[in-house]
Write a protein of this length. Sequence first.
Lengths: 240, 245
Amino acid sequence: MKTVLITGANKGIGFETAKQLAQLGYFVYLGSRDKAKGLDAINKLKDAGISNVELIELDVTDINSIKQAKQELETKIEVLDVLINNAGISGERPQNASGIELENVRKVFETNFFGVIQTTQQFMSLLKKSDGPRIVNVSSDLGSLTSHSNPDWEFYDFKLTAYCSSKAALNAFTVMLAYEFKDTNFKVNSINPGYTETDFNQHRGTKSVAQSASLIVKYATLENNGPTGKFYSEEGETAW
Amino acid sequence: MKTALITGANKGIGFETAKQLLQKGFYVYIGSRNLENGLQAVEKLKAINLTNVEAIQIDVTDDNSVKNARTEIGKKTDILDVLINNAGINGGVPNTALEARTDQFLAAFNTNVFGVARVTQAFIDLLKKSPEPRIVMVSSSVGSLTLQSDPNWLAYNFAKYAVYGSSKAALNMFTIHLAYELRDTAFKVNAVCPGYTKTDFTNHNGGEVEEAAKRIVKYALLDKDGVSGKFISEETNPTTGEIAW
């Protein structure tokens, strides 16, 4: 049975992704910063008849927590096939460039960027044992520098400095990581789930979590001839 | 007399940029983390008769240092015309996505991204008093995700600096957002790549610092019809300078 670890999987898109991958026959480790919330999520899945799931306590901003999670996972499995770096925060508002509190910027980067890097690096040894390792970095079209430079883009005025620059940096990490693995079976991509109805936007998003999760699942389950080092939205490849 | 502040101006491209702006008649504040190094740079410039210059201690990673620099400059001038965010670090080694340590990423982002935001925010009030304020973010084509994804790019195989490159991508996003915020004003805010240049940064490989500084000065002197919110690398695109993000 293939294995997958999803960070921030206790709710929203992460939770729905866990559900869909479990239904496809993956054994899913749901990463959650908060143990009680993680267990609630597991119980919800079990109530729906999905049993191939388990909680892993994991705070991506805390290297000790990541190391513990890895040790725990190593007692259970030898191979991790898929890592979905889904945990992310949007940061406090306002976020205009000339006025944003730097503490706010740093905090967003802690989770969305540094957190992804340290999580990826820690679980790398388990991923390398897979025949076809997949990493999905959950990004956002708000991290597209090209779109943000285009006044005709529908989200042009969504200038959330901390969030957007953290996702641009994350996309750079995707490119660099994919390059390192270009001669292997690894596939590493940045995926933009789109404007999804979650806590993240007080449920104003226009896409359902099921729709967004299915896009992530698509890139978590790529064939060996699939793309790597790219940035995808539902509509296709997205400009950086 | 127009005024300019350049961070990290005690040596390399920053120093040469100061020199060229002085030659164009600017009054230049040489920002330097270490005041002694800044004073030495000023002496060098005075020795060649460029006298409208002084050193300011500024560590872009330190709130108090930036606040003090703002207070000091505020005593000397009411208006700042040009801010050149030049101070930057390369993040050290190892610099691959898998091996670079989190503390390297943190250090690079502290200087190259958060530091730029801190300095820009601290001086924005003085810049707003200028009739034609200019901000140049010293960026790098290494921060272009488009180039980094293109196997035909000249530096595709040897500029995969995960730490440095991602910090410049984030800086570019900050540039776009700042330019957006100031879009209906006289401000011009651009990210400019000086090119691969012979400095301490590159172990003295690459092109001449004069050429690199010239590229920065050009965007510090844009006229009112000049571009804003763009990513410029004349090394990559000698025709218009503009490159893909």
